[in-house]
Design a binder for this molecule. Structure first.
Ligand SMILES: *[C@@H]1O[C@H](CO)[C@@H](O)[C@H](O)[C@H]1NC(C)=O
Ligand SMILES: *[C@@H]1O[C@H](CO)[C@@H](O)[C@H](O)[C@H]1NC(C)=O
Ligand SMILES: *[C@@H]1O[C@H](CO)[C@@H](O)[C@H](O)[C@H]1NC(C)=O
Ligand SMILES: *[C@@H]1O[C@H](CO)[C@@H](O)[C@H](O)[C@H]1NC(C)=O
Ligand SMILES: *[C@@H]1O[C@H](CO)[C@@H](O)[C@H](O)[C@H]1NC(C)=O
Ligand SMILES: *[C@@H]1O[C@H](CO)[C@@H](O)[C@H](O)[C@H]1NC(C)=O
Ligand SMILES: *[C@@H]1O[C@H](CO)[C@@H](O)[C@H](O)[C@H]1NC(C)=O
Length: 483
């Protein structure tokens, strides 16, 4: 890996020289803030013995971008989500905002009556996410300002009814729009509009989630910040569903998994013969691994699975554990420190005054597409390239203050990427699921993506080496959780 460094530096320097000369760089820079989900701190408690614990929530961490919508602009903060593909916003007259709990003030609302650029779009907007959240209303088009740039004619939903006081900025593939699941033709997404209006070169963006404890991260539409990852970036093709010409999800092949312990000893948990598809989803808080592998890791850190909870609990003192879980992809490995999976779960103290944490890895049944959520993605710098149906991925540099923004061009090598291993596209069979939810003809993902439950999956088989199916025999550990 290190041998690539000089070459990479050379190339990135060349690019940066180019960019610094180009005053009109076509990159839209959007810093975002991070917050624990508001629902996380409320109403999700269960009494387990003497200890008050909170149920784990898939949308535990939210990433917010400040945007304005309409003319003059209404200020909104929207939850950025790569796992869904619709933008929708709250409006002052929606059922939830008129209840008067004040929540809509935090996220902001869009009022079509006061926007001179509002345009009605025929059709009904309706989206349901896997975690049961939903929004319904009308479609509209208006001027959307993000990162200091105005994008015209951006289509979005106005949520007259719904479960959330805050809107979503879904930036996934158009093929995953909620309407497409009901047979509608896709509409041009925000990212497509950025390209069509000559604001960026191609449908690609980079996401730097940064450290759990850092309060900000960054998304670059049309650009890569080479100051935020350790070289090189490696390009990985997206998997496609059988019978489809184009990718509709950020699914890549996870080809191996190892764990390095505090003494530097490496244990192989999964090798190349067990290659499995995995969905990159910023809208999912956890990382979902085959149950037997998850259980090995759970045992390793001394975490305990509690049936009522979505994920395993662990003593926060385990943050002192050294070592990493290493995710292998074609041509690159992303290392995630074990401590970065250990996250404070509650404000409450345990009976002995210690704080409870959870372990951000969850076991799933064999045959599903795994989800690499935030506990993985924080350690990765990811370029999502929808034009080329690829992602480029590199080891993140936490809290990096270095910035070197490089424009993404057009065409097959648009992303300034140093390694580009041979391109093998995996085809996923019909009926493929991610964490039990069908990926067919409807938008889905672990947590954030819309769920169109009318398209029930006939089966959960995936097209992979048959060895995989036998390897993922389920092992359910019986833990007793005593605090
Ligand atoms: C978004 O706006 C709020 C309110 O003005 C501000 O406190 C916050 O820092 C902004 N976040 C970002 C990422 O710009
Ligand atoms: C705002 O949207 C609602 C619902 O789509 C519509 O009934 C109303 O006419 C719109 N207002 C204006 C000023 O167009
Ligand atoms: C990054 O910054 C945050 C907030 O300042 C800090 O808590 C965290 O430990 C830092 N992470 C690393 C890896 O230095
Ligand atoms: C689908 O993929 C083909 C070839 O891979 C490409 O030429 C075409 O532009 C893609 N279509 C869309 C809508 O991205
Ligand atoms: C690391 O693993 C090796 C081999 O299993 C073991 O001997 C060693 O004690 C472990 N070190 C730590 C710090 O856990
Ligand atoms: C890969 O893992 C399988 C299942 O654990 C094992 O049978 C096989 O020997 C391993 N292959 C290599 C090359 O390590
Ligand atoms: C957590 O670990 C600390 C340090 O090892 C220990 O003192 C404490 O009792 C543990 N708490 C629980 C609830 O197990």
């Amino acid at each position: 890996m290190l041998s690539w460094l000089p070459l990479f530096l050379l190339i990135s320097t060349a690019f940066s020289t180019l960019i610094s000369r180009d005053e009109s760089s076509k990159v839209i820079r959007v810093p975002f803030s991070k917050e624990r989900s508001p629902t996380y701190h409320a109403n999700k408690r269960a009494n387990v013995g003497k200890t008050i614990l909170q149920k784990l929530d898939n949308k535990d961490f939210l990433f917010y971008a400040n945007v304005t919508l309409g003319t003059p602009g209404d200020h909104l903060r929207l939850h950025i989500d790569t796992g869904s593909s619709d933008i929708w916003v709250e409006t002052p007259t929606s059922a939830i905002c008129t209840k008067g709990q004040g929540g809509c003030e935090v996220g902001g609302t869009y009022n079509n009556k006061t926007s001179s650029t509002y345009e009605y779009v025929p059709g009904d907007f309706a989206i349901t996410y896997v975690d049961g959240q939903y929004a319904r209303g009308d479609y509209a088009k208006d001027v959307f300002r993000i990162g200091g740039v105005g994008v015209k004619d951006v289509q979005f939903g106005i949520g007259f009814e719904g479960t959330s006081e805050e809107g979503i900025l879904g930036i996934g593939f158009e093929g995953r729009q909620s309407g497409v699941g009901r047979g509608d033709k896709p509409y041009p997404s925000l990212v497509t509009q950025m390209v069509q209006q000559n604001l960026i070169n191609s449908r690609a963006y980079s996401v730097w989630l940064n450290d759990l404890n850092a309060d900000a991260g960054e998304i670059l539409f049309g650009g890569v910040d080479t100051g935020k990852f350790a070289a090189p970036l490696t390009t990985i093709p997206l998997s496609r569903r059988q019978g489809m010409d184009n990718a509709t999800d950020f699914i890549i092949s996870l080809r191996g998994l190892t764990v390095t312990n505090g003494s530097g000893d490496i244990q192989v948990l999964m090798n190349e013969t067990q290659t499995v598809p995995a969905l990159l989803d910023t809208g999912a808080s956890f990382t979902y691994l085959p149950r037997d592998i998850a259980n090995e890791l759970i045992t390793l850190v001394g975490a305990k699975t509690i049936p009522e909870y979505k994920g395993p609990a662990v003593n926060c003192s385990k943050r002192s554990l050294e070592g990493s879980v290493n995710f292998e992809f074609a041509g690159t490995t992303i290392n995630v420190n074990i401590r970065d999976f250990i996250i404070e779960a509650t404000d409450e103290k345990n009976a002995d005054n210690s704080v409870l944490c959870y372990f951000g890895i969850i076991g799933v049944e064999s045959g599903s597409v795994l989800t690499l959520g935030d506990t993985f993605l924080r350690s990765a710098y990811v370029v999502y390239d929808m034009d080329n149906e690829e992602v480029s991925i590199g080891q993140t540099i936490f809290n990096s203050t270095s910035t070197n923004i490089v424009e993404i061009g057009t065409g097959p090598s648009a992303v300034p990427s140093v390694t580009r291993p041979s391109r093998v596209v995996t085809v996923l069979a019909t009926g493929t699921t991610a964490n039990g939810v069908s990926l067919d003809a409807s938008p889905t993902s672990a947590s954030s993506a819309p769920d169109v439950s009318t398209n029930a999956a006939p089966s959960t088989r995936i097209l992979l080496p048959t060895s995989l199916l036998t390897i993922f025999t389920t092992f359910i550990a019986l833990f007793t959780f005593i605090l």
